[in-house]
Design a protein around this ligand. Structure first.
Ligand code: NAD
Length: 286
């Protein structure tokens, strides 16, 4: 068996096109084009690449690029003042603080200043609480992108066994909650889990977000399972994920590639969240 390839690049393109149409409709209905304020602190090369891509695709979808760059040695009070300024600016629909910030800054405290309705990364405690209670809110982009991929490929979720490897605030926890909201039976694994392959083999849907290259091999995958690889590692041989893709493709039913799987979906969902935020703020939500 060779797993079906889940083409995140193609699905992300369609999501971005939908967002572009939604932006045009918003403007045609008398609204303002959504504005995305990415905030980059310092000059980390990987973060610069991520932010550049977000800005480029934001403009391509017809949104305003309201990017701000702070020096790497900025103090907490000045960074907080910038977040407050963006929070108060009606042109700004969404604020995205690029993580990680330099170590001397308290990024949790900065995120806490982002109003929930502009929190397009879905990382504030308000949006996390809404998700935990199954109420509408802005969802974290990477897990939301995984859900969009599962839906696009008609992966059954109600009653399915879903295993999430990783319990970060950014990916693992919201991922588990989104799957639970769709009536999957969800197990969350983490660094203290005993016998990871054994738990993973239960999964009809296996989402791996541990940040460890090649953590999940074919011994951890049930025949026919859908495997979503969130991990990204930059090696000499290009980008690879947390899943041993060649071996797992022989047993899985479907698998996301790295690159070209979850990565492009994250930015697409950021744009979708920014459009949603703008519609709500402008009273033009459908
Ligand atoms: P993180 O380091 O915050 O969390 C990793 C999680 O994995 C932790 O909860 C930890 O308990 C768990 N873990 C660690 N070792 C484990 C083990 N041996 N067995 C089981 N669980 C283990 O990382 P994160 O922010 O959640 O990101 C995870 C990966 O996803 C990283 O590779 C990151 O680069 C990638 N990522 C990709 C995207 C994307 O757009 N594709 C977005 C965010 C993160």
């Amino acid at each position: 068996m060779t797993a079906r390839v889940i083409d995140g690049t193609a699905v992300a393109r369609r999501v971005r096109e939908d967002v572009g149409r939604g932006v045009a409709q918003l403007v045609a209905a008398g609204g303002r084009a959504p504005g995305l304020a990415t905030v980059l602190v310092g000059d980390d090369p990987a973060s610069e690449v991520y932010v550049r891509n977000k800005r480029r695709l934001c403009v391509a979808a017809g949104m305003q690029d309201l990017h701000r760059h702070l020096p790497g040695d900025v103090d907490q009070a000045s960074a907080a003042a910038l977040v407050d300024e963006l929070a108060a600016d009606p042109q700004v629909s969404g604020i995205l603080l690029q993580l990680p910030t330099p170590r001397h800054l308290d990024s949790d405290a900065l995120i806490a200043r982002i109003p929930a309705e502009k929190d397009v990364d879905g990382l504030t405690t308000a949006n996390a609480g809404l998700l935990a209670q199954g109420r509408p809110g802005l969802r974290p982009c990477t897990p939301a992108g995984v859900m969009a991929l599962l839906d696009e490929y008609d992966v059954p979720l109600a009653g399915a066994e879903a295993v999430v490897v990783g319990r970060s605030v950014l990916v693992g926890k919201p991922m588990a909650q989104l799957l639970l909201a769709r009536h999957a039976t969800v197990t969350v694994c983490h660094s203290r889990t005993r016998d990871l392959p054994e738990v993973c083999r239960r999964a009809d849907v296996l989402v791996v977000a541990a940040g460890i290259r090649g953590l999940v091999g074919r011994d951890a995958v049930k025949a026919g399972a859908t495997v979503i690889d969130v991990g990204i590692h930059r090696g000499d041989d290009g980008l690879v994920g947390d899943v041993e893709s060649d071996a797992v493709a022989e047993v899985a039913g479907a698998l996301t590639p790295v690159p070209g799987g979850v990565g492009p979906m994250t930015i697409a969902m950021l744009l979708a969240n920014t459009l949603t935020a703008a519609r709500v703020q402008q009273g033009l939500a459908d």
